[in-house]
Design a protein around this ligand. Sequence first.
Ligand code: ADP
Ligand code: MG
Length: 443
Amino acid sequence: MQAEWLEALPQLRQLVGERNFATWIEPIRCADDANGFVLEVSSRFFQEWVTRHFLPIIRQVLTRRDGTTPGIRLVVAADHAAHTAHGRKPGTVPARPAAPRGPRIGRLVADYTFDTFVVGQANEVAYRAARSVAETPGRRFNPLFVWGGVGLGKTHLINAVAHELLTQRPRRRLACLAAEAFMNSLIGALRQDQMAAFRDGFRAVDVLILDDVQFLAGKERTQEEFFHTFNALHSAGHQIVLTSDKPPHAIAELEQRLRSRFEGGLIVDIHPPTPEMRIAIVTQKAAMHGVPLPRDVAALVAQRSGPSVRELEGALTRVLATAALRGVPLEAALVERLLAPIAPLSSLLSVEAIQEKVSQHFQVSVSDLKSHRRDRAVTFARQVAMYLSRTIAEVSFPCIAEKFGGRDHSTVMHAVRAVEDKRKQDPHTGNLLLTLETELRSH
Ligand code: ADP
Ligand code: MG
């Protein structure tokens, strides 16, 4: 194991770049274990950082020629410091690329700054609004509500706001956390009879940033508490930033009074990145790993990965790791071999699979989709299922009509046109369809 680890080091150095290597990889000590690699680090912070940023790459590099990956455990060893090249004392942490200044509540991702956020047509409005809030919190857009599909950069953007606010005033009291964490913290406070401390804590912040507020749907107690927190902060002129995967009006089971609070500020949405932005994002992410990416390689990675930025990053990681592992140059030919052209969905998807997905999403049974029921919820779900059958499974109108309870094919044509129109006019429908398409693609 130790020999394998030592052999892997030069590849890792090449892959993560000199500075990351010296800070994060070199200090790791490899111990023996029958079950695989035990990688020892000096602190919890170090462990989390390496897990988050480098574990996928370490795993790739340690993958054996026969394709098997040995077990890899990253553990904190109390006596670690004595053995590391740097000789750090236990408990101390290495210098972090973007120095943390400690928000009072929640943690920030160091890499998610404005500098590393690629701006383009798809997110420009959201970016400008976020910048403005970071420059003059509590003044112009309060609350700022950012919504958009999964993996489009909402969490990145709000972290950037938080970093910027702390750069200007390191002592600013800031809460930046997921709505789910807010709820868990509330539950903890209720159990331990510490509600006063909970309230004081949240109401004392200068800025509250809550990620993924769609999570509050149906959580009545949490909504109630959040409503009061919101009011206390808002009336004191403190900035509130919220994100969600849908606009406020589309969050089901959200109390009206909260919805109207969310709608009382500025609402901006983020769209999927354009092809140009995708190339810029890949280039930027590679640069963060210390790897310059030729333009044609970046373009090919951008073209051959799924629609969200997360999928884009996954594809890039694979390419970078393989290049380093095999010691081959980063060329378009390598990407060609690694990432197959995205198969046309039509060859993979059946009308039945689409009906199943739509049924789950809208909570409408498949037999209702095929039935002649005409209530609004069922009709819309049926139209969406027909639309997807036509646009992404590319099934003919008569055939779709047949699979939806033997209707007339003109009904299907009408449904497809209706959804198309709605998609153009209503960003929420656009987002909904994109989500369904992405999920169908990943299945
Ligand atoms: P969301 O919160 O909207 O689901 P995230 O903020 O978690 O999405 O973004 C997913 C990944 O994509 C992150 O690694 C993020 O850095 C990256 N990303 C998304 N948009 C951009 C962008 N415009 N520029 C750079 N990276 C981006
Ligand atoms: Mg997020």
